[in-house]
Design a protein around this ligand. Structure first.
Ligand code: NIG
Ligand code: FE
Length: 413
């Protein structure tokens, strides 16, 4: 099956040479081709170029993209979309003055979601989660990472990861799974965090690795949750079983977790709302991708990741939604890109790089998605007619996507 997109006003994020990610000043450059064509064969990008150089081909389907743009789909490298129920009650409590921390200390927060999830059957959890997956696909996401961490028992953590496995089998979107058993200390281990960690290390991690239920291991490294020493224990155990580290770190306090992530060669360090100069310095010249989650800052009213300072220091940056019921109940990457431009002063070029190629890298998918490159998966966005790609972040709260293609096939709403 060959599909031809012709008369594309602007083909965005064109990378002839494969790249892993962009950092610092390179993030300001977003290569494009104006008045272009793109050829897709089956699930991959076969060819692209300027309309002036186009020689007619036999295509099964021709899409006239006059006035419209084509981009790679968004790469959302940090979500928790497998969860049960919602927490709008806590949202109202916060409006009425309670803090996220106070709610968590009263058994709300992550423990509240865990209680709900433990009582939910695998089939019901799948049914609830697939609605969110379908929703983010419609919003232009073509690759997503999904974490466990609302189970907090062996059975429920495995249930979450099995649901993610089923989503992988049933949907054409790229999915990576992360084990986040160390997300909160469950109430039954309230005074015995060490025993909980030991149980994760001795029983759950080996099982997940042997059943190949996850690619990554994550920890919520934060004051009141898991210390740097706890984080190192879990990352080390994960690595031993072939799980690559990714951490939740520097969300509320900077306690040295970034350095621990780098020590264990984390693929990404995520949140980073609280960044000290030494944290920025530590990330220089590493293979660890910093990931900002502006939807979480927006929703909780906490500081935004200092993107300007980080990029100006030469670092790369990826953007993700953190889609979860407590701190970011939205999987809309279009909103994340807008918010990064409006609140974090990222340019549209930086934000689009952060939401495509850099996000792909943060999921180990930079060879498959994240740019318009021959041989990559044909996971594409066709926009509505627009004058420039800056219109995407400019029209905040809306989106400019006319059609989404995954593995070369149009996704029907
Ligand atoms: O990434 N920070 C830790 N975990 C999630 C939110 C957890 C929750 O409130 O349910 C996050 O923000
Ligand atoms: Fe998160």
């Amino acid at each position: 099956m060959v599909t031809l997109f012709k008369n594309i006003k602007e083909l965005v994020q064109v990378r002839t040479e494969p790249i892993s990610f962009v950092s610092g000043i390179q993030m300001k450059e977003l290569p494009t081709l104006k008045n272009a064509y793109l050829v897709v064969e089956d699930d991959r990008i076969l060819d692209f170029g300027l309309m002036d150089h186009f020689s007619p081909i036999q295509a099964d389907k021709i899409i006239d993209a006059t006035g419209k743009m084509v981009l790679p789909t968004w790469c959302d490298s940090h979500t928790h979309i497998v969860y049960a129920g919602n927490r709008e009650g806590e949202f109202v409590d916060r409006i009425n003055g309670m803090s996220y921390e106070e709610i968590a200390n009263k058994g709300g927060g992550i423990l509240n979601s865990a209680k709900k999830l433990q009582k939910t059957t695998e089939d019901d959890l799948y049914a609830q989660s697939k609605v969110r997956l379908e929703e983010i696909i419609q919003l232009g996401t073509g690759a997503v990472e999904i974490k466990s961490g609302y189970g907090l028992t062996e059975a429920s953590e495995l249930k979450m990861l099995r649901v993610t496995q089923r989503l992988k089998e049933h949907y054409p979107i790229e999915i990576k799974a992360t084990f986040l058993g160390a997300h909160a200390v469950p109430s039954q281990y309230k005074n015995n965090k060490g025993a909980y960690l030991q149980m994760l290390i001795d029983e759950v991690i080996p099982k997940i690795a042997s059943e190949r239920l996850a690619e990554y291991i994550d920890v919520f490294c934060e004051t009141g949750y898991f210390s740097v020493a706890d984080t190192e224990l879990i990352l080390k155990a994960g690595r031993k079983h072939g799980l690559t580290p990714k951490i939740h770190v520097n969300q509320f306090t900077a306690i040295g977790g970034i350095q621990a992530g780098i020590k264990y060669q984390a693929l990404s360090v995520d949140h980073l709302e609280e960044m000290r100069d030494e944290d920025i310095d530590a990330l220089k010249n590493t293979n660890t991708m910093p990931v900002a989650l502006p939807g979480c800052s927006y929703f909780l009213g906490i500081p935004y990741t200092p993107a300007r300072k980080m990029i100006d220091a030469g670092l790369p940056l990826a953007l993700a939604t953190d889609y979860n019921p407590g701190s970011a109940p939205s999987g809309n990457m279009n909103f994340v890109i807008s918010t990064a431009c409006i609140k974090m002063k990222m340019t549209p070029e930086e934000a689009i790089n952060a939401a495509t190629i850099n996000g792909a890298y943060a999921m180990g998918l930079e060879k498959e998605v994240g740019s318009i490159t021959v041989g990559k998966k044909a996971n594409l966005l066709l926009t509505k007619p627009m004058s420039s790609y800056a219109f995407i972040p400019y029209t905040f709260g809306d989106h400019q996507i006319e059609k989404v293609y995954l593995q070369g096939k149009e996704i029907n709403p």
